[in-house]
Design a protein around this ligand. Structure first.
Ligand code: DAH
Length: 342
């Protein structure tokens, strides 16, 4: 029996030395010291021994048990340390390894342009107003003094919402003028950037969706000189301090008098180049004094108050400033294009 005990101890030693996980060690503990374990069954059979033999074998058996227990405890600590070490190794961050590059996007040139225009007008005391892209005929045409037979009302020019002849995609940001007049107290001094829609087939200069920035000022004693002074200050900030403005008579239903505004070419300074097509001037917006009929929709006393308004195409400004020769480039979502405006 003593030999048997020695053999158990040797086997246990070998098994423990080979154990590499907590689970292995637990298995060994059960195998040797568990209720049905090898050592336990020997201890159980000690009753068969003689009185003399019993204490001798008992002593050896106890020693073997203590020995195994000690080895198991030691192995447990070693395995724990090993596991901890492996975990630390796995979680170690090597700061010298090149990281995974995260691709940074860039602000779209339309947003860059809108932000720039907005910043300039905000510094002149304008606030920003918003309006819906899905509009009614009333705000988009009627209230803006557009005659019933105005060509822009035509189905071929305007996207109407099917089955609702009164609802359309706004063709201009001008409806925000009348919405603001009806909602806000005087004086009014707003700009309104946003999306517009027209039934145009896309080509180098047309897109069925585009952006405008509307401007509206209503106060006592507003004249054309306020309009010219404001636009003059604006274009000098946008295109450079040398920029001059020129107003040409024009017609818009919602302004009287109306003008188209040209700026001296920021590329050639007015001598004539490819950007200004040789004329030295570039048309950038429409403007005028708000028609009394528009102010009257908002119940404004037109004897006391007057206003000016303007509207410009954002794509046109961006294309001029950044010398983009095809409007479609702005909507293709090609990062190689957009990244150039970082
Ligand atoms: N809404 C005009 C257009 O889309 C642009 C415009 C012209 C707006 C004159 C104005 C304005 O406010 O006064 O062509």
């Amino acid at each position: 029996m003593q030999n048997q005990l020695k053999e158990i101890l040797e086997n246990a030693k070998k098994n423990i030395a080979e154990a590499s996980s907590k689970e292995d060690i637990e298995k060994i503990r059960v195998e040797y010291l568990g209720k049905k374990g090898q050592l336990t069954s020997i201890l159980k059979s000690m009753g068969k021994l003689s009185k003399e033999e019993r204490p001798v074998v008992g002593k050896v058996a106890n020693e073997v048990r203590e020995n195994i227990e000690e080895m198991i405890a030691k192995a447990g600590t070693a395995v724990k340390a090993k596991e901890q070490e492996m975990r630390t190794k796995a979680e170690t961050l090597d700061v010298t390894v090149p990281g995974t590059e995260r691709k940074l996007g860039a602000k779209h040139p339309i947003s860059v342009t809108i932000d720039e225009i907005t910043k300039i007008f905000m510094s002149m005391g304008f606030s920003v107003a918003d309006g819906p892209e899905v509009e009614t005929v009333f705000y988009n045409f009627d209230a803006l003094n557009a005659p019933q037979n105005h060509p822009s009302r035509d189905l071929t020019d305007t996207f109407y919402i099917e089955d609702q002849e009164d609802v359309l995609l706004r063709t201009q940001t001008s409806p925000v003028q009348i919405r603001t007049i009806l909602k806000e107290d005087l004086p009014i001094k707003i700009i309104s950037p946003g999306r517009c829609f027209r039934c145009d087939t896309p080509d180098a200069t047309h897109s069925p969706m585009f952006h405008q920035v509307e401007g509206l000022v209503v106060d006592e004693g507003i004249t054309m000189s306020d309009l010219k002074g404001t636009l003059d200050a604006f274009v000098k900030r946008l295109f450079g301090p040398e920029t001059r403005t020129k107003l040409r008579p024009h017609h818009f239903p919602f302004t009287e008098p109306s003008a188209e505004v040209d700026v001296s070419c920021f590329k050639c300074g007015g001598k004539g180049c490819s950007v200004c097509k040789g004329s030295g001037w570039i048309e950038i917006l429409g403007a005028g004094l708000v028609h009394p009929n528009v102010l009257k929709v908002g119940g404004i006393d037109t004897e006391k108050y007057s206003g000016f308004a303007f509207g410009m195409g954002v794509e046109r400004v961006a294309m001029l400033k950044y010398e983009i020769d095809d409007i479609r480039l702005l909507y293709e979502n090609d990062m190689r294009f957009i990244e150039q405006f970082k």
